[in-house]
Design a protein around this ligand. Structure first.
Ligand code: PHE
Length: 372
């Protein structure tokens, strides 16, 4: 045994001398709390990407190390975490957040420290407007609003619609506005606009007003917990009309909380695991293997792509030096990912297709792809 211990020690010493220092990448995500489904899915996608890159030798001859901090879905946490990741862990870049309101908290910190930040899936336009170190690998809500306005007018053929918006979420307020602008352009009418706040549980007053207005549909640009409760309470009040929303609906909890009430609802998002493209199916298979049979959703795919886009920029920059890494990220062009091809424009946003999903027999089903 003494011999073995010595041998092990020697092997360890040899290994540590030969292994170059890892490149640290910071991640802030809602791993617990109200939007835990977002953070968990995103984190699983990023973890898979990091593991795959490390299995082939890492980047710039160094392994990648993901340093993840949970913001518990709480307001105020993401800025603190961003500071900690930058000053304590000396990360070369930040990945996060899924939700726009939390990206908006951390982005000024990243910008001030001149550390590149990539949001996998925050769609509010203001996120990247914070500064030239802030990027995203997803489409933005002016496009998502058009997608759902067209879908409502042309596919669902509704003319008179109500909006039910979360006033404490930048994402919700923005998406409601872009939907309204385009829906009206297409000859639709917004008969009334009702409001709620994140964490609300009772929507009966708003839904009673909506019932009285005699609309043909309700657009709910919120997150899955409230969206599911809204669908439930709407059906309880006898409202059988179409209810539809945006990417914030995407989580298994939509069905778990909403049950039969979310059957036949629709939402737009970034990606569908039912996409037959070989690159997508290969990703679905690797993800399922790594995460015990779970299928990757939009957050998983965008989380995965945020790492791959960063790794590609690191390779092109040839260094982890933040200013050069920023320039390489800004030059991202035609990068093939699992959520589509990423080209970053002058505003550091991506232009990508959207998909429309419906709930059928308790499952998310792909309806159509909408190109920009
Ligand atoms: N787009 C949402 C936001 O900006 C977050 C989100 C992305 C939710 C993808 C679900 C899927 O807040």
């Amino acid at each position: 045994p003494a011999c073995l211990a010595l041998f092990t020690l020697a092997a360890l010493a040899g290994a540590s001398a030969a292994t170059p220092a890892p490149i640290k990448i910071g991640q802030f995500a809602s791993l617990t709390g109200k939007e835990a489904a977002f953070g968990q899915a995103s984190h699983k996608g990023t973890t898979l990407a990091i593991e795959e890159l490390n299995a082939t030798g890492g980047v710039l001859g160094r392994p990648l190390q993901l340093v993840t901090e949970d913001n518990q879905s709480k307001a105020g946490e993401s800025a603190t975490i961003a500071k900690k990741l930058i000053s304590r862990d000396k990360v070369v870049a930040l990945l996060g957040e899924v939700a726009s309101m939390r990206s908006l908290e951390a982005a000024p910190i990243a910008q001030q420290a001149r550390i590149p930040m990539i949001s996998p899936s925050s769609t509010n336009p203001k996120v990247t407007e914070i500064g030239n170190y802030i990027f995203r690998v997803c489409f933005i809500d002016p496009f998502q609003g058009v997608v759902m306005a067209k879908f409502a007018r042309q596919t669902l053929q509704v003319q008179k619609v109500a909006l039910l918006t979360s006033v404490s979420s930048a994402y919700s307020v923005g998406l409601a506005r872009y939907f309204k602008e385009h829906f009206t352009k297409l000859g639709g009418t917004i008969a009334l606009e009702q409001k709620y706040s994140e964490g609300d549980k009772d929507f009966k007053a708003q839904l009673t007003a909506i019932r009285a207005a005699g609309v043909q549909g309700i657009f709910v640009p919120g997150y899955y917990t409230e969206a599911a409760l809204i669908c439930k309470q709407a059906r309880d009040l006898g409202l059988t009309l179409p209810i539809f929303g945006g990417d914030g609906w995407e989580a298994p909890q939509l069905m778990e909380i909403g049950g039969a009430a979310v059957e036949g609802t629709y939402y737009s998002t970034h990606y569908s695991s039912e996409d037959r493209a070989p690159a997508v199916q290969a990703f679905v298979e690797r993800y399922r293997k790594r995460w015990h049979g779970e299928a990757p959703d939009a957050m998983s795919a965008l989380g995965y792509d945020s790492v791959m886009v960063l790794a590609d920029a690191l390779k092109r920059a040839g260094t982890t030096e933040p200013a050069k890494l920023r320039d390489a990220l800004a030059a991202t062009k035609g990068f093939p990912g699992v959520s589509g091809t990423t080209t970053l424009d002058a505003q550091r946003n991506a232009t990508k297709s959207a998909v429309v999903i419906t709930v059928k027999d308790g499952k998310f089903r792909f309806v159509e792809t909408v190109s920009p």
